[in-house]
Design a protein around this ligand. Structure first.
Ligand SMILES: N[C@@H](CCC(=O)N[C@@H](CS)C(=O)NCC(=O)O)C(=O)O
Length: 199
């Protein structure tokens, strides 16, 4: 299988990390998003939404949306529960990630780290801080109670939220007031098959 991605993107890193933890063989097709690699007609034939990550199976079938990809890859593995309630919890955290976490933390990081915090986006950057901290507080509250987001088990919910949380400081978020999040990030980093964002 091929994975089209740019490793500087947390959404793409989720897929790289899942493959590493599960030792899934794949070809990583490196995309340069800042140069517009995702916006070519050739790429849009694989993903009409023109975004990475995108998974392409040997059959030619393609799958996009990072959380859908990692759940597909983790099906029938230790990273994906089989119990319906726990699957619901995984999805709960992943929908939370896409609506209440990524749009604040990932966007603030992009504006700061990749655009160099230009004057005309400063107000937008500032406005992302409140929502980002709100999401971090929700995670902190859960992780004060359980070692991972759905309980004892490491799951794709943790991978989805770890991706942009561990680089949140690049978006101006000080994580020092979130001890349970820090302990959770340490636990993930100690996994014997862990890889960082630099592939
Ligand atoms: N909801 C999507 C978001 C994907 C997304 O926004 N990808 C960005 C990189 S983080 C992208 O490929 N942008 C295309 C571009 O910059 O041209 C997911 O989780 O996969």
């Amino acid at each position: 299988m091929k994975i089209y991605g740019d490793i500087i993107s947390g959404n793409c890193y989720k897929v790289a990390l899942t493959c590493a933890l599960l030792e899934i063989e794949h070809e990583w097709v490196s995309m340069d998003l800042l140069k517009g690699d995702a916006r070519t007609d050739e790429f849009k034939a694989k993903n009409p939404n023109a975004k990475t990550p995108t998974l392409e199976l040997d059959s030619g079938q393609t799958l996009w949306e990072s959380n859908a990809i990692i759940n597909f890859l983790a099906h029938d593995t230790e990273l994906m529960p089989t119990d319906a309630w726990q699957i619901g919890q995984v999805q709960q955290w992943q929908f939370f990630e896409q609506y209440s976490h990524e749009p604040f933390i990932a966007v603030a990081r992009f504006i700061n780290k990749y655009l160099g915090l230009p004057e005309d986006r400063k107000a937008e950057y500032e406005s992302k801080q409140v929502g980002g901290h709100k999401a971090l507080q929700v995670m902190e509250q859960q992780l004060q109670q359980t070692p991972h987001l759905i309980g004892e088990q490491l799951s794709t919910a943790d991978i989805s939220l770890y991706a942009y949380t561990h680089v949140a400081h690049e978006g101006g978020f000080d994580l020092s007031d979130y001890p349970a999040i820090n302990a959770w990030m340490d636990r993930i980093q100690q996994h014997e098959k862990y890889i960082g964002m630099e592939k």
